[in-house]
Design a binder for this molecule. Structure first.
Ligand code: AMP
Length: 545
């Protein structure tokens, strides 16, 4: 085989940092923290502090491969930790503080974290963990001396003191590109959380891909605000992609769903691109409506993590001149897998057809291969209606979980996402369900997501979930569970009528239950498992004794 004659340079997160410092040094990072409501500095200043932090990590005795945990919000200190930890050869283990304390304890032990970097807000939580911390050599509060929380025991270190003691010179090691860079546990609604271990190579490739024009389409001139947490799948890769292109980065701190703060950050920092799950957008839209406000600089919004309701796309477009892009991914995929941008073919469609098509989760990005298969593993056609198990493969897809060395792939090397989907002839994928949430009625599948999306488009509904409940004739039938909009009085017959003409007749739920709130997982998604438990004794009206 004739070898190419190109340089053999490893793909390292370090090179994103060094590139941004050299070529985008003056671009800004703005962050909200407990000790400063508007911290502002440049990439140059951020990466100088990152070198001080790398020296501090070395002084704490960290070795290559050690896990360093963060319990932190989206802010500049968390950004510095992302780079200092990974680029010194250690592993940045981001912990979702919304997990149950028992799960946090489990993952700290499982990851054998050596050092914890903790937002002041989570100090009491960590103090309560007690014995789980036996292997932790140091705990650091992410603040300055003046703001050290009273709840912190005397052995807690202060982040700003650690940095002040260190030099801003640090020689970054040249790592193997397969070196582990970050660790994120999936929330595990079934079983224990599982650790997804990203590498420098997978992260750099994913960062390149998300910047592509038919993906996030990121530019130096953009001002990007990730409203997806840096503690959950690396805020969809934005903390790597933004410095890669030199975009200004706005990190909103803890109040990610606070309409007033979001509006203030968007307008004063001139944010033009923001990313988040549907609930964030519903909160922002409600705030803008209630106060008659506009967001003139915002032109693009990316929605993912859960199915995007049509109302978000319509209202952002019609009332705020913001274009909404639907995306799909998962922790095991770093996370981005598909993105919905119009193509030459779909852009020429009539508006109504294209509007419906925007609800699809989109097409694969280069680097993600996807297929749908039946129960026997045979590939299914891309006809836009046939549904099957969605499987993926690619250089930023996990092949095994941390400390569970057996492969998590199918015998022929694909990762089964646990999602059920169809793919249309244009290659646009539509998630119809999680495989464990699909409703099996008379041998046919009903999409709980399609029913939920229709329900939340009803003006009286704030949030909706559909679960399958046992039925003597049909095996399972859908039950719609709704949280009414503030002040609204929802009626069962009105809601069921709402489905007429919008979904197949036999999909229409058999009943409606009204609740004050729905259970959510640690990542803010509706917890269907808990909901099924809540309605374990439920019987449909027609089959009640
Ligand atoms: P996580 O690993 O916690 O980010 O969860 C990933 C899962 O969230 C996926 O497997 C999907 O079930 C769901 N998900 C992510 N994005 C979307 C989307 N745009 N539409 C529907 N479900 C989604």
């Amino acid at each position: 085989m004739l070898q190419g004659l190109m340089m053999d340079q490893p793909l390292l997160i370090t090179s994103i940092m060094q590139f941004a410092e050299r070529h985008h040094g003056n671009r800004e990072i703005v962050a909200v923290t407990a000790d400063n409501p508007r911290h502002r500095y440049t990439y140059r200043a951020a990466f100088a502090r990152t070198r001080r932090l790398a020296n501090a990590l070395a002084a704490l005795g960290l070795q290559p491969g050690d896990r360093v945990a963060t319990l932190a919000w989206n802010d500049h200190r968390h950004f510095e930790l992302y780079y200092a930890i990974s680029c010194s050869g250690a592993v940045c283990h981001t912990i979702n503080q919304r997990l149950f304390p028992a799960q946090i304890e489990f993952i700290i032990r499982h990851a054998a974290d050596r050092v914890l970097f903790v937002d002041p807000m989570f100090v009491p939580l960590v103090e309560r963990l007690g014995p789980a911390l036996a292997g932790v050599a140091a705990r650091v509060v992410l603040t300055d001396r003046a703001h050290m929380p009273a709840a912190a025991a005397p052995d807690w270190l202060c982040y700003e003191d650690l940095l002040a003691e260190q030099s801003a010179d640090f020689a970054w090691p040249t790592l193997d590109e397969q070196t582990a860079s970050a660790l994120c546990y999936t929330s595990g609604t079934t079983g224990e959380p599982k650790g997804v271990l990203f590498s420098h190579r997978s992260t750099v490739l994913h960062s390149y891909a998300v910047c592509l024009p038919d993906v996030m389409a990121l530019h130096e001139s953009d001002c990007i605000m990730p409203l997806v947490p840096m503690f959950h799948v690396n805020a969809w890769g934005v903390p790597y992609a933004a410095p890669l292109v030199g975009a200004k980065l706005v990190l909103p701190g803890p109040a990610m769903a606070d309409g007033a703060q979001l509006h203030d950050l968007i307008t004063t920092e001139k944010v033009n691109y923001a990313l988040g799950v549907p609930t964030i957008w519903l909160a922002l839209l409600a705030y803008l409506d209630a106060h008659g406000l506009q967001v003139p600089t915002l032109d693009r919004v990316c929605v993912g993590g859960a199915a995007c309701p049509a109302s978000i796309i319509e209202r952002f477009g019609a009332d705020y001149d913001v274009e909404v892009f639907h995306a799909w991914g998962m922790t095991e995929m770093s996370p981005v897998g598909t993105f919905n941008h119009g193509t030459a073919a779909t852009d020429s469609w009539p508006a109504e057809r294209r509007a419906a098509h925007r609800l699809r989760q989109g097409r694969s990005l280069f680097g993600v291969d996807m297929r749908i298969v039946d129960a026997a593993g045979a590939e299914l056609p891309w006809d836009g209606t046939t549904v099957g198990a969605l499987q993926v493969r690619g250089p930023w897809v996990a092949r095994a979980y941390y400390r569970a060395p057996q492969s998590c792939l199918t015998a022929d090397g694909w990762f089964d996402t646990g999602d059920v989907a169809n793919i249309d002839p244009q290659g646009f994928m539509l998630i119809t369900d999680r495989s464990k949430d699909v409703i099996k009625s008379g041998g046919e599948w009903i999409s709980s997501i399609a029913l939920e999306n229709t329900a939340v488009n009803h003006p009286d509904v704030a949030e909706a979930a559909v679960i399958g409940r046992a039925h003597p004739k049909w095996d399972e039938r859908p039950l719609l569970v709704v949280v009414p909009a503030a002040g609204a009085d929802v009626s069962r017959s009105d809601l069921l009528d709402w489905y007429q003409g919008k979904v197949a007749k036999w999909w229409i739920p058999d009943d409606v239950a009204v609740v004050d709130e729905l259970p959510h997982t640690a990542t803010g998604k509706i917890d269907k498992k808990a909901l099924r438990e809540q309605f374990a004794d439920y019987r449909f009206p027609a089959v009640r004794d």
